[in-house]
Design a binder for this molecule. Structure first.
Ligand code: GTP
Ligand code: SPV
Ligand code: MN
Length: 597
């Protein structure tokens, strides 16, 4: 069947199951986007913000139960359970299809089913990928419109025969004739299901971000990681920046940190050290491919930012604050009496009176956050004042360094350089991080989050480790990106952060670039290479010497315990973990015992 017939047949088939009242194709035009926003205001689904402060901007308040990704309801429905692996929820695809045919039956009654054609990467780019999302959520439509390239040009490519991924989304809240809609329809029962073999996504019951904007985590990471495995590239939960040194040399750095662990902030870094500049290329997802020359190229497949609001302020991320001047959809932040928005950390002193994220009056004495800890902004990347001029270059940028990080109060030094690609892959595979509010679960609890991909890898994580090892073997000698581990979140005994973070992270970036250039020295530790305190540019920084020492302290006893936990983690994959990574673990233990004795 030709592309277009296949597409319309599938739209008809899903409509026959979900039974919407109407079907509307999204063409990506400004007029249609604005019409949808106006209609959502009329229906009480969005609050229009005061255009004097925040032109073209809106506030959405979610149902209080639908505020983050639901990892326990996210499934990989591969033919074999082994292909989902122990870190994913596996479901039998035949059984899951039967279940979903039940829950989706009539799930769009009384609503419009929107047909949203989207491209990840510039529409005509050689590495771009297409998808269609069918959804009964207008909030999802306007979000996808900002986060991806939406429109008829994608349908033209599909008509020409380009491959595309099928994604279906329903909030699971059909309306009876005459029934009044609610401001945030959703369902207590949720399913976010991925079929890696047929490259399909079916999401039910949630209107929230990563559960509903299926182009993002579901397609560009979970399905794309499977495509990448099969085709020899990498689909990663990484920001992407260009760092320009005082000498005017440009370097490209990608960094994988778990959800709500600092990607958007590093993506919009404003260096506090003179002469250094950062340009933003992406803040959440990076697709990386080796070229015929054995060099890696990196591309941000998205077109917008779906960023964490709390903690985003003039003193932490001024570029983000500037990005949000207008044309932004805010979700679950607080509303000011003057019709603007507020969240914890936007200003040091909270306004005297607010309406909190649930719509209740709030004062600083209320004793609860005004904005939800996972409240977010949705905004076009082009609004970022430091977006790279060539951020839409279809081939991407050549990659010089990869950073892995997590939120670790103890043990993990500020920065460690790996000694080889395989050692770097080992570092990525051992990342653990304290849980944040970006997903359901207990905030602060330490968990393994290898490569920051735990919730986003569409296949067996141990096979993914092996894929990383193999991709490195195909790179030209000396052309592989250098791999580093960073941790901005180490705390002193009194609980305060030892490192100022944010703009001062440029000091760590400087050392990384100087290492690539071969001009900065390093000290060997059992974990890898670290700067001696004198090797870091600390000019103008007021961090006590004891804190600096503690930031780089390596305690062999607690690291031997970490190594034991890493072995236990590896063992959950049975025999699948690559021998090269097991060897790295043994070598680490050997080095730790040598310094411990
Ligand atoms: P996702 O969008 O969920 O993938 O999150 P992200 O990785 O983009 O995290 P983001 O940059 O939004 O940061 C999350 C939280 O961490 C915010 O509250 C930030 O203020 C805080 N944060 C970011 N960078 C730093 C840092 O260098 N130091 C400290 N202490 N906090 C930071
Ligand atoms: C994350 O949780 O890593 C996010 C937000 O970037 S969401 O799109 O909801 O997954
Ligand atoms: Mn993310």
């Amino acid at each position: 069947m030709a592309g277009l017939e296949e597409l319309t047949a599938w739209v008809d088939e899903v409509a026959a199951l979900t039974k919407p009242d109407r079907i509307e194709w999204i063409d990506g035009s400004r007029a249609q986007h604005d019409r949808m926003l106006r209609q959502m205001v009329t229906e009480g689904k969005l609050i229009k913000l005061n255009p004097e402060w925040r032109p073209g901007s809106y506030l959405a308040r979610s149902h209080p139960s639908d505020v983050a990704r639901t990892e326990s309801r996210t499934f990989i429905a591969s033919q074999r359970e082994e292909d989902a692996g122990p870190t994913n929820n596996w479901a039998d695809p035949t059984e899951m299809r039967a279940t979903l045919n039940g829950v989706f039956d009539g799930s769009m009654r009384g609503r419009t089913m929107y047909v949203v054609p989207f491209s990840m990467g510039p529409v005509t780019g050689p590495f771009s990928r297409y998808g269609i999302q069918l959804t009964d959520s207008a909030y999802a439509v306007v979000s996808i419109d900002t986060m991806t390239r939406v429109g008829s040009a994608v349908v033209e490519r599909i008509a020409e025969g380009a491959p595309w991924v099928r994604t279906v989304h329903s909030v699971g809240a059909p309306l009876q004739p005459g029934q009044q809609d609610v401001s945030w329809p959703c369902n207590e029962e949720k399913y976010i299901v991925h079929y890696p073999e047929t490259r399909e996504v079916w999401s039910y019951g949630s209107g929230y971000g990563g559960n509903a904007i299926l182009a993002k985590k579901s397609f560009a990471l979970r399905i794309a990681s499977v495509l990448a495995r099969d085709e020899g590239w990498l689909a990663e939960h990484m920001l992407l920046i260009r760092v320009i040194s005082p000498e005017g040399k440009a370097y490209h750095v990608a960094a994988a940190f778990p959800s709500a662990c600092g990607k958007t902030n590093l993506a919009m870094l404003r260096p506090t050290i003179p002469g250094w500049r950062v340009e933003t290329l992406g803040d959440d997802i990076t697709w990386i491919r080796p070229d015929a020359d054995g060099r890696m190229w990196a591309l941000n497949p998205e077109a917008g930012f779906f960023g964490v609001a709390p903690g985003t302020g003039e003193s932490t991320n001024v570029a983000a604050v500037e990005t949000l001047w207008g044309n932004t959809i805010f979700t679950n932040v607080a509303l000011r009496p003057d019709g603007d928005v507020w969240w914890e950390g936007l200003t040091d002193t909270p306004p005297a009176n607010l309406i909190d994220w649930q719509g209740n009056p709030w004062t600083p004495a209320s004793g609860r956050p005004a904005a939800h800890p996972n409240s977010r902004f949705t905004v076009a990347a082009s609004q970022c004042p430091q977006i790279a001029e060539d951020w839409e270059a279809p081939e991407g940028v050549p990659l010089d360094a990869i950073l892995f990080g997590g939120r670790r109060a103890t043990n993990v030094p500020l920065v460690v350089e790996s000694t080889s690609w395989t050692h770097g892959v080992f570092l990525g595979s051992t990342i653990s991080s304290e849980r944040t509010a970006a997903a359901e679960g207990t905030v602060g609890e330490l968990r393994r989050d290898p490569f920051a991909m735990l919730p986003f890898c569409g296949y067996n994580m141990a096979d993914y480790f092996g894929h990383w090892v193999r991709v490195g073997q195909g790179l030209r000698y000396g052309a592989a990106p250098r791999i580093f581990q960073v941790n901005w979140f180490r705390r002193g005994a009194d609980g305060r952060y030892l490192w100022p973070g944010f703009g001062d992270n440029s000091r760590v970036i400087e050392w990384i670039i100087r290492r690539i250039e071969g001009s900065a020295p390093a000290a060997e530790t059992p974990l890898g290479r670290v700067p001696r305190v004198d090797d870091l540019n600390l000019e103008g920084l007021d961090v006590p010497a004891e804190d600096l020492a503690e930031l780089f302290a390596v305690d062999p006893a607690s690291w031997l315990e970490e190594a034991a936990l890493t072995e236990a983690f590896y063992d959950t994959f049975g025999t699948k973990v690559p021998a090269a990574l097991r060897a790295e673990l043994e070598a680490l233990r050997y080095r730790l015992r040598a310094v411990a004795s």
